[in-house]
Design a protein around this ligand. Sequence first.
Ligand SMILES: Nc1nc2c(c(=O)[nH]1)N[C@H]1C(S)=C(S)[C@@H](COP(=O)(O)OP(=O)(O)OC[C@H]3O[C@@H](n4cnc5c(=O)[nH]c(N)nc54)[C@H](O)[C@@H]3O)O[C@H]1N2
Ligand SMILES: Nc1nc2c(c(=O)[nH]1)N[C@H]1C(S)=C(S)[C@@H](COP(=O)(O)OP(=O)(O)OC[C@H]3O[C@@H](n4cnc5c(=O)[nH]c(N)nc54)[C@H](O)[C@@H]3O)O[C@H]1N2
Ligand SMILES: [Mo]
Length: 711
Amino acid sequence: MTHANTIEKLGACPHDCPDTCAMIYTVEDGVLSGLRGNPEHPMTRGALCGKVRDFDRHHYNPDRVIYPMKRVGPKGAGAFERISWAEALDTIHERFSAIIAEHGAEAILPYNYLGNEGVIQGLTVGDAFFNKLGATVAEKTFCGSGSSTAWLLTVGPTNGTDPLSFSESKLIVIWGCNSVSTNIHHWHIVKEAQRGGAKVIVIDPYKSRTAKEADWHIQPKPGTDGALAMAMINVIINGNLVDNDYVEKHTVGFDQLKERAELFTPEYAAAICGVAAEDIRLLAHEYATTKNAALRPGVAVERSAGGAQALRAIFSLPALTGSWKDPGGGVYQMPLWEFPILFDRVCRPDLIPEGTRVVNVLQLGAALNGDLGLTPGLHGLMVYNANPVSNSAETAAIKKGLAREDLFTVVSEHFITDTARYADILLPATMAAEHEDLMFSWGHFFFTFNEKAIEAPGEAVSNAELFRRLAKRFGFTEPQFSMSEIEQMEHFIDWTSPKMGGVDLAGIRERGWLALNLGDPKTRTPHAEGNFPTPSGKCEFYSESAVKGGNFVAPPFRQMYGAKQSGETLDPLPGFVPANERPETNASQAARYPLNIVSPKSHGFLNSQYANEAHKIRSQGEQSILIHPSDAKTRDVDDGSVVRVYNDRGTFSGRAKVTDDVPPGVIVASLGYWHSLNKDGAVNVISSSRFGGMGHCPTYSDNLVEVRIEG
Ligand SMILES: Nc1nc2c(c(=O)[nH]1)N[C@H]1C(S)=C(S)[C@@H](COP(=O)(O)OP(=O)(O)OC[C@H]3O[C@@H](n4cnc5c(=O)[nH]c(N)nc54)[C@H](O)[C@@H]3O)O[C@H]1N2
Ligand SMILES: Nc1nc2c(c(=O)[nH]1)N[C@H]1C(S)=C(S)[C@@H](COP(=O)(O)OP(=O)(O)OC[C@H]3O[C@@H](n4cnc5c(=O)[nH]c(N)nc54)[C@H](O)[C@@H]3O)O[C@H]1N2
Ligand SMILES: [Mo]
């Protein structure tokens, strides 16, 4: 029932998730009274996940930060007092200016990620401001950077297979992706294909929700996918399952790949990854001999030392078998390259002073504690769209660094998160229904518009408004610092791109979304005739660019221009790289810490978001530690025991769930729980900040720990 003052606004989910759902907000007398999925949207089809089904309630959470505040207790205690916006901006201006005068602008680091994913309010919202300031350039490689580097080297910046094309697939390999929880709208399509006779294979070290729904679950040890994929290549080549015509016309480096793969017999790979040689043969055979065979690797594959190299091997498979020729063949990865966003206009790399240093924010703890040898050291930090104490690595070191009395920290947030507790100045940020945004997607081919539906509570401002205010206070006069959200959309998108199909901003606002003009998903085969946007125009098994060297962290994870280039070189071919922390590679560490921990996403949280809401914690359950009965037995752990997980980097606790969903030697603890609300700490205290190789990706699946019963 609606009444006279009820209106509807077209919205878009702001979260860092491949699905980017189109929503419809209901507003009654200026109050967000409900929302639902937009049934018109071809990909998200009116369905919302459990996390945002009550998104209206999230907006009215009484714990929200709605006024600027300053810290009044010790760092970390979370005691704040309201101040005015003028005082907040003056304090930031004064403290940043003093740091710049004494140490130079590089002593300031912006730390931001994808708390909000919009083109306007998201990852890149503060880049132009901090570039103008001359701050250290932040390299942000939490997610997708290793897989993107692998993708760009192998097939170039192509969109790959449309997720909607999976309706045509006859064999679907979901590799290191828990689609049931993390990509539900793709999962619906996979399920439909499965009901229509497609075989679904899931490759995951443990029996995830998705693995439980598979026709076949293959269980490699974490971080060993490279061996498995190279063995598939070996079987395909030696079994004469190669599409010779496709390989000849549309690939480079077949002979070198063949040579590299020779070592990886199924027996050799089986000893590394723990999958039986017969199963590897069968997997390769079924993949290569089924027409319309599709691959869906998740972000999780990259999270070990060899993850990105494994992904290069995986991305090579459809060119070997010619599956790019079939609708619903090929690979669905992260189609973010396809969106005609003018990142140079958004980020303004031209404003970066020549030679400005780059710091990778996965190493925030080491950077703050003086362990990276940075000169100048860091004296100012601004965190927005991010919660490093929950989501970064080596978080005990981050907390120690954030507690430094001489560090001036600004945080813009919805809530007093584990990170916000350390802020000197805490600023209130709007939620999605309170601002305008345009969402790209890294999981489908649609732009989605988010209309402002209600006024912000208190004095909360959008990220774009925050940086407008900061730019004004610092006297920056570049035109974009005074553009409204809508003006920025006009300026940041290449509206003339053929992919936009002639639709303008008004057109997107009216409908709520726009399908990029990339062809009918039922028949689409983007690389049937090769046409890979690589330097050779072919699928590059062997990459000349890898040997030449350069900067392999793709934008927008790092703004490439102006900032110092790393000039590294990479292996020209895909392959297997053993994990950093592995019994075979570090015996003394493994003797003390014999268990591999995997820390995937929680079904009921979005990274660390919602993990502070009682009803969301109730439905997700408290922090659990999945452990195999044999590992539990040797440690006197019973189902339901409170256990402590630890290594040299830190310790956290949770409740044991004794289950053979995990294999012996592996434990699973999901991400998101807040330190302040959990029993003690959370999973990333044990995570290493060592990179996983290509693209400086993280190593969340590459950590050894021990478990003991608490008390
Ligand atoms: N162990 C382990 N660690 C991981 C991962 C893992 O799988 N395992 N995954 C990694 C991955 S893939 C990712 S993407 C990162 C995610 O890391 P983050 O991007 O830090 O993740 P979130 O918790 O989604 O968001 C961070 C904060 O942004 C705030 N926020 C949301 N919207 C806005 C806004 O509009 N304005 C402002 N100012 N703030 C806002 C939220 O309140 C939240 O506290 O975590 C990484 N960490
Ligand atoms: N519900 C929910 N959805 C989300 C998010 C969330 O926090 N919650 N976060 C969003 C974000 S930022 C991202 S990046 C995506 C990530 O989505 P996914 O790519 O699905 O990532 P995860 O859930 O971390 O891990 C997926 C699976 O990979 C497995 N895995 C871990 N290590 C390895 C390995 O070495 N090899 C193989 N083969 N498998 C491995 C894990 O056991 C897990 O079951 O999800 C997005 N969607
Ligand atoms: Mo992510």
